[in-house]
Design a protein around this ligand. Structure first.
Ligand SMILES: Cc1ncc(COP(=O)(O)O)c(C=O)c1O
Length: 399
């Protein structure tokens, strides 16, 4: 008889965004004259940079002629795309090798798929609150998850402590949903912990392009020793508006080895290559061609215009909370503003309060973990005029 992977039954129902949609639809149906402003989404809204669009058109043309047509490509990505990632890292002062780079269809797939490489008995350390994919993919594989509390007291950047046990450590910096980022010194502590305890850090840098303060590294490889204990995931989704176009990259350094039960040193890069060549047939040539153009200096310059737009929205929201003395995190090195609900309100109650009284939609922090129960996420990914109007309404509502 067929047996299922019953770990799937342990997954919590993910009802966050459907519940939000449901409540907003009900409200709009009952109040058709009210204009609802949505600042809850984690998706980009600006069109792709001009350089990206030009490259997409060119790559489509390549596919029209037999001498430039492309069929199956290398599973790890075309060298021209891997090279563009190497050069992008170089522009941030980080040296990586072409062989370290795996072109992916986004950070979501790879942060989930990487779990294929690990045995069932690892202790997996995951911050709470955080992007839910880390927890769900490890739950699907039946692993032991230990949560580390991220809260107001530790600035939403939990640190290693005496007696902490972990084999796999997830770090997301700047974090979704809190917007909090780890400083260089803090990340050094995590790298030292991982090296000392033979643990592996899975570093999600999906929002690195929002960093402007030099104390926050864009990549974990800015930290000495990280090449021996960390895998990094990144993506063009938020950097360049590729959420629908789909392209990312994962860095598995060639000098990252793990000792197997029989004492052999196993290369994680070789294992990931084996996994990808078996289960993945690469990102479309057209997309990789556009991604490489996007990561060129001219492409990145154009991406920065969109990022500056989102960041100025985030700043407008953050400035309002600052003025009102409301505790908030993020908003400067992140598109997210994570703030404490007023008067000790629970995040879903605050969601209803904000919708009913200001017609502004955000994301209740409870959807990202128990430490989000009294917090709320707004994003800078909306339209500027709508953001200004939403902030004026919030300013009036929250005395
Ligand atoms: C922290 C984090 N990692 C990864 C992703 C997924 O990115 P991608 O679009 O590259 O799959 C997201 C998307 O919101 C995210 O917030």
């Amino acid at each position: 008889m067929l047996q299922l992977n019953e770990n799937y039954m342990k997954l919590k129902q993910s009802y966050l965004f459907s519940e939000i949609a449901h409540r907003v639809n009900d409200y709009s149906a009952a109040n058709p004259d009210k204009k609802v402003i949505r600042l809850g989404i984690g998706d980009v809204t600006r069109p792709l940079p001009k350089k990206t669009i030009e490259a997409l058109h060119q790559a489509v043309t390549h596919m029209a002629y037999s001498d430039s047509f492309k069929g199956y490509g290398p599973e790890q990505g075309y060298d021209f795309a891997r090279e563009s990632v190497v050069n992008y890292y170089k522009s941030n002062g980080v040296t990586i090798d072409l062989k370290d780079v795996f072109i992916s269809d986004g950070a979501k797939s790879d942060t989930g798929n990487i779990t294929d490489l690990f045995g069932p008995d690892n202790i997996v350390l995951i911050p709470d609150p955080v992007y839910p994919v880390y927890m769900d993919t490890n739950t699907m594989n039946g692993r032991n998850i230990v949560f580390m509390d991220a809260n107001k007291e530790n600035g939403f950047t939990p640190m290693p402590y005496d007696g902490l046990k972990a084999d796999i450590i997830y770090i997301c910096s700047p974090n979704n949903p809190t917007g909090a980022a780890y400083t260089r010194d803090q990340l050094k502590e995590w790298v030292d912990f991982a090296l000392k305890n033979k643990a592996l850090i899975l570093f999600d840098a999906a929002y690195e392009c929002f960093i402007e303060d030099k104390i926050y590294p864009h990549s974990i490889y800015e930290i000495e020793g990280a090449r021996k204990c960390a895998i990094e995931f990144c993506s063009l989704s938020k950097t360049a508006g590729f959420t629908g176009t789909r392209c990312g990259y994962t860095i598995v350094p060639t000098d990252l080895t793990v000792t197997t039960s029989d004492g052999t040193d196993m290369s994680m890069n070789a294992m990931w290559t084996r996994r990808q060549t078996t289960k993945f047939n690469g990102v479309p040539y057209i997309i990789q061609y556009a991604a490489a153009a996007t990561l060129s200096p001219e492409g990145i310059e154009q991406c920065r215009e969109n990022i500056a737009y989102y960041k100025s929205n985030a700043r407008i929201i953050a400035d309002c909370f600052k003025k009102k003395g409301i505790t908030y995190f993020g908003g400067i090195n992140s598109p997210y503003i994570w703030f404490e609900c007023p008067d000790g309100m629970e995040s879903w109650d605050f969601f209803d309060y904000l919708l009913n009284n200001a017609q502004v939609v955000g994301t209740p922090g409870a959807g990202f973990g128990k430490n989000g129960n009294n917090f709320f996420r707004l994003t800078g990914f909306g339209d500027k005029d709508a953001t200004i109007e939403a902030v004026e309404r919030i300013d009036k509502l929250l005395k």
